[in-house]
Ligand binder design. Structure first.
Ligand code: MOS
Length: 771
């Protein structure tokens, strides 16, 4: 059976999918009616917890004098490593961590007297008000015996090693003989790129409200990108069955990867709530945010690029060095993109890590691909200048018609269209091929561009649709909306799938009581959840057609199921579309007030045969095993550089993205602008400075940590290539949350080079480096 949705490829604009609908949750957000995880204030007896953290990066707690704090007004309890209730399982063994699903760090604080990083929690104070908890925490006298500290991979005491694996990728990747190919290459480029530590800094910090409704019934309101992952992880650590933990997250004030995992503050809130027998709220302060939810690690990448004199790549050798925590072999996987972006016969990538006294770094918007693209796209720009080629030309010369990293064909690739459209919108053909030649007054003007790419990751999850005879529907999936528009786009998909106006749809998410689906991470949510909503609606129609063809009062009586199609809520004969009836008629005669359908949506299942995909073995990877699935794009940037002050101002920006079906061009445009602004921040401003002796952050607040504000950003042009990918998932959606940042800092650096003739390879490109 093949049921026509109104957004089918034959009629893509008939419904609201693909229309720039405004956010369905916009009013609730701007009027304060959207409830965030720290705003469940009505819970009976709610009290407040604050963390006391270590100023010392390595050592042992000698004593914590709690006497003054205990006497302070309103204090209910003070927990240190000596009296914190024990966890059923800690994440300290790798096997346990696997079972936890979402525990990012092989260490849990306050289990012993050991201190491994500055900002590590040493005590939790619980009091009746936030202010009283904060005051009591200020009275704690913590004495720590310091030990020798290693601040980063750059520390002379640090020892670099190559791990067996990083995030499931081998520590060393080899394809062909890159060393030999590089040695024999007529053109050789070697360059090292360095990156500062950067932090996600969502507007809403980490926040947890934990409520025990019985000894074995925990509800947690947590600012998380994945309610199911948080549920499973908390259950394992607290010794509960999964279904004994409910996790709710209706609204998130940004995440960018730091809320993709379960960090200690969430588990601590649940532990102390049980101990004091009251609901507990714990909100990280801005400085605590810098040492509680991971960061993008500081790193250096050396690229050795071999090419022919015509500009054809022959070999790439990529070495990355970075800092990891004392327990984990974590590095973002930069070699993924450098191995696949261009037709490249030989590749070698190696990770070098050093343990230091910092917490484990973590996924930050386009982990690996973002810094990897900075290095590769800067090097490609170098190669273009060296050979006197246009930067777009060198990329077309090395265009990969299949994925060089595994030899698979692309599920779809519209990168050439991105280059072409981006160049058109930007006016690239007006570019002076020589650098340092264009001025506006005394200001140097430069243009740069870079390629973007991000994979479509493995992902699957459930959705449920309940259609009512009166013409409204409730649609549910335990997804999360990072603020980027999940509520809105799923309302659109449900509306079109059911043939109803969007105002008749209520889409619910952010609760483990809803059908389970995976996190909003890795740019997977839009594709996965829209596919499962679409397929769940098809399940409803299939059930309803069965009712109609058995009803002797229906015009479809005794029709073959496969002869019936559904168009905008009308059940019609495929060969005689004038004959049929509305779904409400079928339901009323059958005495049904509502009907429910559900489905599993997953990646790699075909848009062409959605039913088959919905019923297929979820472990079988069908199209995903045959195709390489990626979104592609191109960013174009103009900068003005003040030659006296060394300041760089981005004055023009164009992004063109091919990300499969774009469900809503308005929210999509905002998301791509957000990613580009994030990338401009990393390019020009963002850096968390860790003191090399104390291994302590010195600018852990938004006064010292600079991010772009409106005045730093020009009007941005964002366009999407109309792309139909028949393989990625049932809705043909690739996801755009992360590709939007990939390549952005290279586009800025390449523009700075064009303006000044200075190749900056160290992020951020602050004035001291520009001069
Ligand atoms: Mo993302 S960095 O997968 O939240």
């Amino acid at each position: 059976m093949d049921i026509e949705p109104t957004f089918s490829k034959t009629n893509p604009t008939a419904g609201v999918v693909g229309q720039p609908m405004s956010r369905v949750d916009g009013w609730a957000k701007v009027t304060g009616r959207a409830t965030y995880s720290a705003e469940y204030s009505g819970l009976p007896g709610l009290v407040h917890a604050v963390l006391k953290t270590s100023d010392v990066a390595h050592g042992r707690v000698q004593s914590i004098d709690v006497s003054a704090a205990q006497r302070a007004p309103g204090v209910l309890a003070i927990f240190t490593h000596q009296n914190l209730p024990k966890l059923a399982k800690t994440p300290n063994s790798p096997d346990d961590r696997k079972a936890f699903v979402s525990s990012p760090m092989g260490f849990f604080p306050m289990e012993s007297d050991q201190i491994f990083y500055a900002g590590q929690p040493v005590a939790v104070v619980v009091a009746d008000t936030l202010e009283r908890a904060q005051y009591a925490a200020s009275l704690l006298k913590v004495s720590i015996v310091p030990e020798a500290t290693i601040s980063s991979y750059l520390d002379p005491k640090a020892q670099l090693y190559t791990p067996k694996t990083v995030k499931g990728m081998p520590g060393v990747t080899k394809r062909g003989d890159a060393q030999e190919a590089f040695a024999g290459a007529p053109v050789q480029l070697t360059a090292t790129y360095t990156h500062a530590t950067i932090h996600h800094n969502p507007m809403e910090p980490g926040a947890t409200t934990a409520h025990w409704e019985g000894p074995n019934r925990l509800t947690v309101y947590d600012s998380t990108q994945g309610v199911s992952e948080t549920q499973k992880t908390l259950a394992a650590m607290l010794g509960l069955a999964t279904e004994q933990v409910r996790v709710v997250c209706k609204f998130i004030g940004g995440g960018f990867g730091c809320k993709a995992w379960v960090w200690p503050h969430t588990t601590l809130a649940a532990l102390v709530a049980k101990a004091v027998g009251r609901p507990v709220k714990l909100v990280l302060t801005r400085p605590q945010q810098f040492t509680s939810m991971g960061h993008r690690e500081e790193q250096a990448q050396t690229l050795r690029l071999g090419a022919t004199r015509e500009g054809k790549l022959l070999a790439l050798i990529h070495d990355k060095s970075s800092t990891t925590s004392p327990w984990d072999d974590y590095a973002e996987t930069n070699t993924r993109i450098t191995n696949m972006l261009y037709a490249l016969p030989a590749f070698e990538g190696t990770y070098h890590l050093a343990h230091a006294n910092v917490m484990t770094s973590t996924a930050t918007r386009a982990p690996g691909d973002m810094p990897g693209a900075f290095a590769l796209e800067s090097s490609m720009d170098d190669l273009a200048y060296q050979l006197g080629l246009d930067p777009i030309q060198i990329r077309l010369l090395n265009y990969a018609d299949k994925d060089p990293s595994n030899g698979h064909p692309w599920s779809s690739k519209s990168l050439k269209q991105c280059y072409q459209r981006g160049a058109e919108l930007f006016g690239w053909n007006q570019r002076n091929p020589k650098n340092g030649q264009t001025r506006a007054g005394k200001t140097l003007v430069g243009w740069g561009m870079a390629t973007a790419s991000y994979p479509v990751h493995n992902s699957q999850g459930n959705a449920r649709v309940r259609l009512y005879a009166d013409g409204h529907a409730v649609v549910q999936a335990g997804a999360t909306d990072l603020g980027t528009g999940t509520y809105t786009v799923m309302t659109q998909v449900a509306a079109d799938s059911l043939g109803l106006p969007p105002e008749n749809i209520r889409f619910e998410l952010g609760d483990t009581d809803l059908p389970s689906t995976q996190w909003s991470g890795g740019s997977t949510a839009a594709g996965r959840v829209s596919s499962s909503v679409y397929l769940a609606a098809q399940d409803v129609w299939q059930r309803l057609i069965k009712v109609a063809v058995q009803d002797n009062k229906s015009p479809l009586y005794r029709a073959k199921i496969e002869d019936v199609m559904v168009v905008k809520g009308q059940l019609l004969f495929r060969t005689d579309p004038d004959t049929g009836e509305a779904f409400g008629e079928v339901m009323k005669r059958a005495g049904m007030s509502d009907i429910e359908g559900s489905a599993l949506g997953r990646y790699g299942s075909s848009y062409e045969a959605p039913r088959a995909a919905a019923n297929a073995d979820p472990n079988k990877k069908d199209h995903a095993s045959e195709h390489s699935m990626h979104a592609f794009g191109a960013h174009f940037c103009e900068v003005h550089v003040d030659p006296e002050l060394g300041t760089v101002r981005v004055t023009k920006w164009v992004s063109v993205i091919a990300g499969g079906r774009i469900l809503n061009p308005k929210t999509a445009r905002s998301q791509v602008m957000g990613g580009s602004i994030f990338g401009i921040g990393a390019a020009l401003m963002e850096t968390t400075e860790r003191d090399p002796h104390l291994a302590r952050y010195t600018n852990a607040d938004l006064a010292g940590y600079h991010i772009p504000v409106n005045a730093d950003i020009p009007d941005m042009t964002v366009e999407f290539i109309d792309e139909h990918d028949p393989y990625v998932n049932a809705m043909g959606v690739k996801g755009i949350g992360e590709i939007s940042i990939v390549g952005t800092s290279a586009a800025v650096a390449n523009a700075v080079f064009h303006a000044t003739g200075r190749r900056l390879r160290s992020l951020p490109m602050t004035p001291d480096k520009v001069l």
